[in-house]
Ligand binder design. Structure first.
Ligand code: CP
Ligand code: NVA
Length: 302
């Protein structure tokens, strides 16, 4: 049987997404030790705090040994091809995971790897983050079915994965972006076909946030987009999550951010450091949801 990979939230069925969220909150000692005596290669082409630490600890909790590897050490498609790297490492490890500039690198690795490949963030998606985001929202605002989740800012890797998860779990996901950064009609239709929720795009932050149970954002300039910083910082200014914008959401609305955050840019300090902020439990849930995702690709609970 071919390995189960985890590259996008939309690769999962709704039932599989629910299973991962369930595995994420099960006591560790009920998961078995599916990586016992095996390694897990964690390859990073970009910096990381949360993803590296949460994945290393999730591997340890499942009985395995994480091997952190910097992208420039292996030189993906420079020193050797992504395919050769994956096929060789799969002989040493029970699991491969990569944080990459180009999404096709993780898909090419998955094509040849006989062991699971996990996407730890690409230019296209950040599925591990969406697991932690939905897990945290479930714990703080309850089941997501018919709830309203808003996003003001860039439609990026994190937003795409979160939109997919929200629609699959039956929530309404409303995103406000500047017109030039809006999701295309085909992308909106693709996400709307994933589940019973709804994906709505607007250019008006207030209309996205009105009635929301949760308000999310992320950096305006993702890793690899540094050359666009000056332009984006101008265009996104009115999409900043301020206390005034939070006041347009439900009175008990909560604030989420995948971190790292840039106070004064995509979010004001008063919001991210205020009473409605859930960013620290959200970051801590990266470890629990990574454990759930790894247990899933390793066949636990199926
Ligand atoms: N949220 C997130 O992926 O953080 P890191 O870049 O620190 O891993
Ligand atoms: N969108 C951000 C997320 C960082 C965790 C980036 O890709 O840099």
């Amino acid at each position: 049987m071919s390995a189960k990979h985890f590259l996008n939230i939309s690769d999962l069925t709704v039932g599989e997404l629910e299973l991962i969220l369930d595995l994420s909150v099960r006591p560790i000692n009920t998961l078995g030790r599916p990586l016992e005596g095996r390694g897990a290669a964690l390859i990073f082409e970009k910096p990381s705090n949360r993803t590296r630490h949460s994945m290393e600890m999730a591997v340890v909790q499942l009985g395995g040994h994480p091997v952190y590897t910097r992208g420039e050490e292996v030189g993906i498609d420079v020193r050797e091809t992504a395919e050769d790297i994956a096929e060789v490492m799969a002989g040493y490890h029970g699991l491969l995971a990569a944080r990459v500039f180009r999404h096709d690198v993780v898909t090419r690795m998955a094509t040849v790897s006989p062991v699971p490949v996990v996407n730890m963030l690409s230019d296209y998606s950040h599925p591990l983050q969406a697991l932690a985001d939905t897990l945290t929202m479930r714990q703080t605002i309850g089941a997501l079915k018919d709830r309203s989740v808003a996003w003001s800012g860039d439609y990026n890797n994190v937003a795409r994965s979160l939109a997919e998860a929200c629609v699959m779990l039956g929530a309404k996901f409303s995103i406000a972006t500047p017109p030039a950064y809006a999701p295309q009609a085909a992308e909106i239709a693709r996400i709307n076909s994933l589940g019973s929720g709804e994906f709505v795009a607007t250019t008006d932050p207030t209309s996205a946030v009105v009635g929301a149970d949760a308000v999310h954002t992320d950096v305006w300039v993702s890793m690899g987009q540094e050359a666009e910083a000056a332009e984006k910082e101008k265009v996104f200014l009115s999409y900043k999550v301020t206390s005034e914008l939070m006041n347009k959401a439900k009175p008990d609305a909560q604030f989420f951010h995948c971190l790292p955050a840039h106070r004064g840019f995509e979010v004001d300090a008063a919001v991210i450091d205020g009473a409605a902020s859930r960013v620290i439990p959200q970051a801590h849930n990266r470890m629990h949801s990574a454990r759930g995702a790894l247990a899933f690709v390793l066949g636990v609970g199926q």
